[in-house]
Design a protein around this ligand. Structure first.
Ligand code: MG
Ligand code: MG
Length: 257
């Protein structure tokens, strides 16, 4: 599963280098599919319940499950990119949200907080803790500390030979509640955080989830393994950070906030 998640991570790094004003999501999606297949993997989302693309690309008020299109990116855009692959029979799953240099005020903070929230959740991945410990840590940090809205309708999940396995990993909940974390479990933790109200709805394309208030949303995801030695983060955002350093059109989202 580390191998499938590394391929996801490298694909997201490849995407990070391609995000430029004037480029379309569809063009990047095609390149991501070629990248995955060139490395011996199979796109994990394409065809999943009929999803038509390799990447989910969710623009501005879109939260998740956006379909790459012929829309050409503009310098005020914020776009979440979610990628899944199958390699050696196992799924990898990770996501990152990118901000172009002209994004509206507050978006950079939203992204930093959402990225940090992912790690607040990951810190709770300890044998014997419960899923609710992860959920509470994320919710508390985003809602209580920073005043953002946590999406309730979509959640993290177990991942392995299937893309979505037990247990659900909500981004809201109570400490000490939910399934116990056991050695060998692999879960995808993925806070979805709205700048405004937490309410979301689905667009008529049957896929894209958007905020009801039209304000921007952010999404960061890692797949992590529960191990005796502690949490083992299988996906790796450093490929993305490295690519962003060389892409002047994308803001560097640091974890220090
Ligand atoms: Mg994902
Ligand atoms: Mg996921």
């Amino acid at each position: 599963m580390r191998e499938s998640n590394l391929l996801v991570s490298k694909t997201l790094g490849h995407v990070a280098g391609m995000l430029k004003v004037g480029v379309t999501g569809k063009y990047i999606d095609k390149s991501a599919e070629e990248f995955i297949r060139d490395h011996g993997g199979i796109p994990g989302f394409k065809g999943y319940r009929g999803f038509p693309a390799t990447l989910c690309m969710s623009l501005n008020e879109s939260v998740v499950h956006g379909i790459p299109s012929d829309y050409a990116f503009e310098e005020s855009d914020v776009v979440s990119v979610d990628c899944g692959v199958i390699l050696n029979g196992f799924y990898g799953d990770a996501a990152f949200t990118f901000a172009f240099t002209g994004v509206q005020e507050g978006v950079e903070d939203l992204l930093m907080v959402t990225r940090e929230a992912l790690y607040k959740g990951i810190e709770q991945v300890v044998i014997g803790n419960r899923v609710g410990d992860i959920s509470y840590a994320i919710q508390h940090y985003c809602e209580k500390v920073h005043g953002y809205g946590i999406v309730r309708e979509l959640v993290g999940h177990g991942v392995g030979r299937s893309l979505h396995e037990e247990p659900d990993v909500p981004n809201f909940g109570s400490k000490g509640k939910g399934p116990i974390l056991k050695e060998g479990m692999v879960i995808a933790i993925e806070p979805m955080v709205n700048m405004g109200h937490r309410g979301v709805k689905q667009k008529s394309d049957g896929w894209t989830i958007v905020t009801k208030d039209g304000k921007p949303s952010a999404h960061f995801e890692h797949s992590v393994a529960v191990r005796k030695s502690g949490v083992d983060i299988l996906s790796d955002h450093s490929y993305i950070d490295d690519a962003i350093k060389n892409n002047a059109e994308i803001i560097n989202i640091s974890r220090n906030c």
